[in-house]
Design a protein around this ligand. Structure first.
Ligand SMILES: Cc1cc2nc3c(=O)[nH]c(=O)nc-3n(C[C@H](O)[C@H](O)[C@H](O)COP(=O)(O)OP(=O)(O)OC[C@H]3O[C@@H](n4cnc5c(N)ncnc54)[C@H](O)[C@@H]3O)c2cc1C
Ligand code: FES
Ligand code: FES
Length: 447
């Protein structure tokens, strides 16, 4: 049953402290309690970006965020953008370029554009397209919208709103230590479920598969966050977001396929909130971080009140949507052996570039000695009930040369076990697995 929780945040520089139901989303509280109606509910599932707000400077879908997750955050909505009588340069640019028709999408577009310009004041056309890839417009067309963002590029950046307010700490739903989170999970095992970025579980809640009041937010648990070089390995906390991973030089160095995978997940709003732990716990055969982690020999660290265990990633998944994770356990992080000079590539095929689930994905990792392949890993997603390794293709690639590549492509066709579904036929997936493998190896060789 929903209880009420106290939360504190600043919104458009104004401190707010209020009591909210434990089942309420940030979007509902902004619109209904604070009367900030610029954020709209379009799809309610993270697909359209009409509900975009800025959370600590990053774009987020407020339909996929619980109100308690905003505790201690600095929020910006479209209502806070103008400075007194003077509009934000982006708002002026949207008007001047004719980038507005019905206006439903525009608050989200402007805020996604602001997050981009605050980070990258003069983005090129590709960066603009990518920065707005999580926002759909059904009437203006994207050309004028992209032109508006380009026009506002280089305008003087206004000071970031801040500082962050003191958190109210709604403890029972948002523990602030690993110990507290594990205690709560153990006390209510099977009744509550961990909530991280919410980009998967809140979509399921909207579809009526579970109650939002039963979620235990783990995003304030510091032990789940971070990317660290430790003795012999790289550690990535389960609560690390896709955006944090793709910006990390350490991950690029030791798990080069992983940032390439994170870069194509959803759109910016999904990457800013979605986590690697949530991606693995979902156990989807199409989860994009999994092939890159298979190809890095990752180990998944699991923790409960009474136990800690380590599971090699190829033993973690037991079927589509199933893994060895117990209801009272959390994924603490993943550990990847550090291999100097490792090269990697991740490629996938989806219905479209952004906001699409993979039909086939391939991750390759290799080290070379005297110019010849030395250590080789090939992993594939969406072509079997779980992500899989392809040992025969790996063997063929170790032999090296064009013939090795030809044999690897042939081998991988036999190693995958794809199904026909709404998104693709099995034969197409089989063919594409070989083709993507070849392209990934070529990309890696050129790196
Ligand atoms: C529009 C859209 C596009 C998407 N595109 C992609 C895509 O291209 N590729 C892709 O792979 N995925 C995609 N996704 C799915 C989703 O964004 C990712 O799987 C994401 O990584 C999930 O992480 P999260 O932190 O949001 O998980 P949540 O939704 O918070 O949780 C997901 C599951 O993991 C569990 N969980 C979370 N953290 C832990 C933990 N530390 N320990 C134990 N269990 C935990 C939760 O209980 C829940 O069962 C997309 C989703 C949307 C809505
Ligand atoms: S309403 Fe569509 S992404 Fe939130
Ligand atoms: S202006 Fe109407 S949806 Fe974009």
């Amino acid at each position: 049953m929903a209880e009420t929780l106290e939360v504190a945040f600043t919104v458009n520089r104004r401190p707010v402290r209020l009591r909210v139901g434990s089942d309420r989303r940030l979007l509902d509280v902004l619109r209904e309690d604070l009367r900030l109606t610029g954020a709209k509910e379009g799809c309610g599932k993270g697909e359209c970006g009409a509900c975009t707000v800025l959370v600590d400077g990053e774009a987020a879908d407020s339909c996929l965020m619980m109100a308690c997750q905003a505790d201690g955050a600095v929020l910006e909505t479209i209502e806070g953008l103008a400075d007194g009588e003077s509009m934000h340069p982006l708002q002026e640019a949207f008007i001047e370029e004719g980038g507005v028709q019905c206006g439903i999408c525009i608050p989200g577009m402007v805020l996604a554009g602001k997050a981009l310009l605050d980070r990258e004041p003069r983005p090129d056309p590709d960066a603009i397209r990518e920065g707005l890839a999580g926002n759909l417009c059904r009437c203006t067309g994207y050309t004028k919208i992209f032109a508006a963002v380009a026009r506002a590029g280089g305008a003087p950046v206004r000071a970031r709103p801040g500082p962050a307010p003191a958190a109210a700490s709604p403890g029972s739903q948002r523990p602030r230590s690993l110990e507290a989170a594990l205690e709560l999970l153990s006390m209510h095992a099977g009744e509550v479920r961990p909530l991280a970025g919410g980009t998967d579980i809140l979509v399921r809640a909207r579809d009526g598969q579970l109650s939002r009041a039963t979620l235990l937010d783990v995003t304030a648990v510091p032990e789940l966050r971070g990317i660290e070089e430790r003795a012999g390995h790289l550690w990535i906390g389960a609560g690390t977001t896709h955006t944090e991973i793709l910006r990390s030089p350490l991950v690029a160095r030791y798990v080069p396929a992983l940032p390439q995978a994170c870069a194509v997940i959803g759109g910016p709003q999904i990457r800013n909130r979605g986590t690697v732990g949530g991606n693995l716990a979902n156990a989807s055969p199409a989860a994009d971080t999994a092939p890159a982690l298979f190809a890095a020999d990752a180990v998944v660290e699991l923790v409960s009140v009474s136990d800690r265990r380590e599971v090699p990633i190829d033993k973690f998944f037991t079927g589509p949507g199933r893994s060895v994770l117990a209801p009272d356990e959390l994924i603490l992080g993943v550990r990847v052996p550090r291999r100097d000079g490792v090269r990697g590539a991740f490629l996938r095929l989806g219905q479209r570039r952004a906001q699409a689930i993979s039909k086939v994905s391939v991750a390759v990792a290799m080290t070379f000695r005297d110019g010849r392949p030395d250590w080789v890993r090939v992993a594939l997603g969406a072509v079997a009930p779980t992500v899989i390794r392809a040992p025969q293709a790996e063997g063929a690639l170790r032999a090296g040369g064009h013939e090795g590549l030809r044999l690897a492509r042939e081998a991988v066709r036999g190693e995958v076990r794809p199904i026909d579904d709404l998104r693709s036929t099995s034969e197409y997936r089989r063919e594409m697995a070989g083709l993507l493998l070849e392209r990934a190896v070529r990309r890696l060789a050129e790196a």
